[in-house]
Ligand binder design. Structure first.
Ligand code: SF4
Ligand code: SF4
Length: 399
């Protein structure tokens, strides 16, 4: 296992972090706890020392299972990361209530890396108004949390604003070879690194899709040209680790074989270790994926805000993902979670578009936004939409 240093505190963290949102489950859909505990302890024995969970993962069970896995003398070998469920916070008191409950579930007296979960501009403004900076200061002073950070799924300008809004030790962003210009993207990665933040990466495989053993044929043909043959998972992970700004890459692992594969890749993924030719291949694969996209949206967010609250870049991101990877059910489910406003507080459905045209001249890609939104609504807002919203709320423990 290779390790990289957290810039502000010198912690040596394994470059592969164990993401605990997709643990193995039983036929009834609950975590297969004995198997999950074994996997976590084995991974620690093989050098992983960063474990990432959150309040809503596995409907609240992930934190409990991690607490159980670390009870047998493993706690002091690792750093635990968990997150404040930002969307459930209605008062300053709620922040302490959740943190104290999490300490109990994790059977520990401190969270090494504590994040505000799923920030974007609006949730950050709300938390700030409710006193989240004071909460973080206090929890650090009394030792309940050691390092403060945030995870992010919003626009680049909001990302920079949040980076500069508190003396964070770290942040967590979505980053992979398709998302260089989406959300925080490469510019955000460099911005956070220039301010000495450690950077934890989520979605290095875009929800597993970049790691499918059989990629779309055009992409497979690109990998065939490589002098050194690698699996799609290895290309995707190696590309992320090639960036020296990256500290830890999270992988949501639940199969023993995947854990072994990731551990092997993590043992040789040094920064700047891909050759020029290999980087060109990854660029070519990325271009191929992008030709499969339905809409050429880069997620820049210049079209926002929409007077009808349509979350334009979010709608296009989910729509593209569904068409690139052909996973219709997952696409529709993600759309229901993200656009219902259950996390952000404001619904942003494509069908809210009233065709006012205000966004059209703001889009640098000259996308016919209202027309494409109509197609998004047609495909993703079917008769089962309400059922998916209800299922999402249940999964995230939202009333
Ligand atoms: S055309 Fe639709 S998406 Fe664009 S600003 Fe108007 S309501 Fe919003
Ligand atoms: S629709 Fe255009 S302006 Fe809006 S996020 Fe996409 S590329 Fe940017």
């Amino acid at each position: 296992m290779l390790y990289r240093k957290m810039p502000k505190n010198g912690d040596e963290l394994s470059i592969l972090g164990f993401g605990l949102m997709r643990l193995p489950v039983t036929k009834e859909g609950r975590i297969d706890a004995p198997r999950a505990v074994r996997q976590i302890q084995d991974a620690i024995d093989q050098g992983i020392n960063y474990l990432d969970t959150a309040w809503p993962y596995h409907a609240g069970e992930s934190e409990n299972v991690l607490g159980r896995a670390l009870a047998d003398g493993y706690r002091d070998k690792v750093k635990i990361a968990t997150k404040l469920p930002s969307w459930m916070i209605k008062s300053r008191t709620d922040m302490d209530t959740y943190l104290n409950a999490q300490l109990k579930k994790l059977q520990t007296d401190r969270i090494d890396y504590y994040l505000l979960h799923a920030l974007a501009g609006q949730p950050w403004d709300q938390l700030e108004a409710l006193g989240v900076k004071d909460f973080l200061d206090e929890a650090k002073a009394d030792g309940r949390i050691v390092n403060a950070g945030f995870s992010f799924h919003g626009r680049l300008d909001d990302f920079k604003r949040i980076v500069d809004g508190y003396p964070w030790e770290f942040c967590q962003i979505q980053y992979n070879y398709l998302d260089e210009e989406n959300q925080a993207g490469t510019e955000g990665l460099r911005y956070a690194a220039s301010r000495d933040l450690g950077i934890v990466i989520m979605e290095p495989l875009r929800g597993g899709n970049l790691g499918l053993p059989t990629p779309p044929a055009d992409v497979g043909a690109v990998w065939e040209k490589a002098a050194v043959k690698r699996t799609p998972v290895e290309w995707a992970l190696r590309w992320v680790w090639n960036h020296p700004e990256v500290t830890v890459v999270l992988s949501g692992m639940n199969e023993e074989a995947h854990i072994e594969e990731n551990l092997a890749i993590a043992s040789e993924a040094l920064p700047n270790s891909l050759t020029e030719d290999e980087l060109k291949l990854v660029e070519a694969a990325s271009r191929k994926y992008k030709t499969l996209m339905k809409v050429g949206c880069t997620g820049c967010g210049y079209c926002m805000p929409c007077p009808s609250d349509v979350h334009i870049p979010g709608c296009f991101e989910v729509y593209n993902k569904m068409h690139m990877f052909g996973n219709e059910q997952e696409g529709k489910f993600m759309y229901a979670i993200r656009m219902s406003g259950m996390i952000s507080g404001t619904p942003g459905w494509a069908s809210q578009c009233v065709q006012c045209g205000e966004c059209l001249e703001k889009c640098p890609q000259q996308i016919e936004i209202p027309d494409v939104l109509e197609s998004v609504a047609e495909e993703l807002e079917d008769a089962d939409l309400e059922k998916r919203v209800a299922m999402g709320k249940k999964m995230l423990n939202i009333e």
